[in-house]
Design a protein around this ligand. Structure first.
Ligand code: NAD
Length: 369
């Protein structure tokens, strides 16, 4: 097989800083594990607007469609707050998600033991937690028509959004969740509101059908999304993979994220249909934004972005063992007590810089050989 290709879009604010550390990791895998990538870089967000007048140039979009995976830092910042909506930095990211048709958004909630004290929940509830929320990303109430604010027959304004899902939209994200479960704990819990929403009834029916016809060996359960929110806070370790729609996924993935502590630790992947080479269209990015309050100060935690690359190793390049190696290296560095400023507890201590954290993870990778 040819060398796998990666397009890096570092973006704005702390994006380029955390991506510099990811480049160290990518280089390490090339040098030490014979796992070289054909890496190209381009602009997105405000950085692209400054050069091209748009937050994502057509040539960059075309490149993103061609590579095996895109790795994105973050976009946005106060400098661009007053721009017209159509050219705001975030539009670059939305264009990527839309044109690559990335319908399956993966947000792991993984709690490293060394950080279990950071959670707002009791330590034994979250220590060792490892769950994955799969959120449908390209349909549902955020996209459904009709939508808008209009004046109704009684002369009162009303706001309308429409929850709408087709069978095929549900089936493809369900498949994505079952495939993931097969590589993990082999359990899927599907969440909707079939008790009060017709779209929920269809959701439940189609997920069950995909299960029965294609994945009978994966354990499947269904839960109402509100009960799911409660269970996530009560005993999150009961879950392996949760699959849900765009709206509930938005809420539940943020709840699950906070089980684990800091924004600087959270990776994500957005996957689409398989390409000709069998790899899914894929965009990997940290959950956090461009953090303008700390940009340029060497304070950013690069781990969310580094763990996003670990997801790329696992889901785009079929390198699960190397992804484990990278995640264990992160775990070791944290267990050794290294912390960037965002991970300092109330007792304080001396935080390490963005680059020192990256170097320590590379050293832990070396030690893993
Ligand atoms: P943010 O995620 O950038 O920052 C929130 C807080 O978390 C800040 O205090 C920040 O310093 C801290 N933080 C975030 N990432 C960190 C890291 N890696 N290490 C240490 N601390 C970290 O969210 P915000 O402040 O609401 O938004 C800032 C800008 O980012 C805005 O322009 C927003 O539109 C944009 N944004 C972009 C994305 C994205 O690119 N996917 C996501 C969210 C926000």
């Amino acid at each position: 097989m040819s060398t796998p290709s990666l397009l890096i879009l570092a973006g704005d604010g702390i994006g380029p800083e955390v991506m510099t550390e990811v480049r160290k990791i990518i280089d390490w895998f090339g040098a030490k594990r014979d796992l070289a990538f054909d890496v190209s870089e381009d602009l997105v967000g405000g950085a692209a607007y400054d050069v091209h007048g748009v937050p994502l140039a057509d040539e960059t979009m075309a490149k993103a469609q061609e590579v095996d995976a895109v790795l994105l830092g973050a976009v946005g910042g106060p400098k661009y707050d007053d721009l017209d909506f159509s050219v705001k930095p975030e539009r670059g990211l939305l264009r990527l998600r839309k044109e690559m048709d990335l319908y399956s958004n993966l947000r792991p909630a993984q709690c490293f033991d060394a950080l279990a004290d950071f959670s707002s929940l009791k330590k034994d509830v979250v220590a060792g937690l490892d769950i994955m929320i799969v959120r449908e990303l390209t349909s549902g109430i955020y996209f459904g028509e009709p939508r808008g604010i209009s004046v109704n027959a009684s002369g009162e304004r009303e706001g309308v959004n429409t929850q709408r899902y087709t069978e095929s939209e549900i089936a493809r994200v369900a498949r994505s969740a079952f495939e993931l479960a097969k590589r993990r704990g082999n359990k899927v819990c599907s969440m909707e509101k079939a008790n009060v929403m017709e779209s929920g009834i269809l959701w439940r029916e189609i997920v069950q059908k995909v299960h029965d016809e294609e994945y009978p060996d994966v354990e499947l359960s269904h839960m109402y999304a509100d009960a799911g929110g409660m269970q996530l806070c009560r005993w999150p370790k009961q879950f392996d993979v949760i699959v849900t729609d765009n709206l509930f996924g938005d809420l539940l993935s943020d709840v699950a994220a906070m089980l684990t502590g800091s924004l600087g630790m959270l990776p994500s992947a957005s996957l689409g249909a398989p390409m000709e080479n069998g790899r899914p269209k894929a965009l990997y990015e940290p959950v956090h934004g461009s953090a303008p309050d700390i940009a340029g100060q060497g304070k950013a935690n690069p781990i969310a972005c580094i763990l996003s690359f670990a997801m790329a190793l696992r889901y785009s390049f079929d390198q699960g063992a190397e992804a484990d190696r990278l995640e264990k290296a992160v775990e070791k560095v944290l267990a050794d007590g290294l912390r960037t400023a965002d991970l300092m507890g109330p007792e304080g201590g001396s935080p390490v810089s963005t680059s020192a954290m990256g170097d320590a993870i590379v050293a832990a990778l070396d030690a893993s050989l």
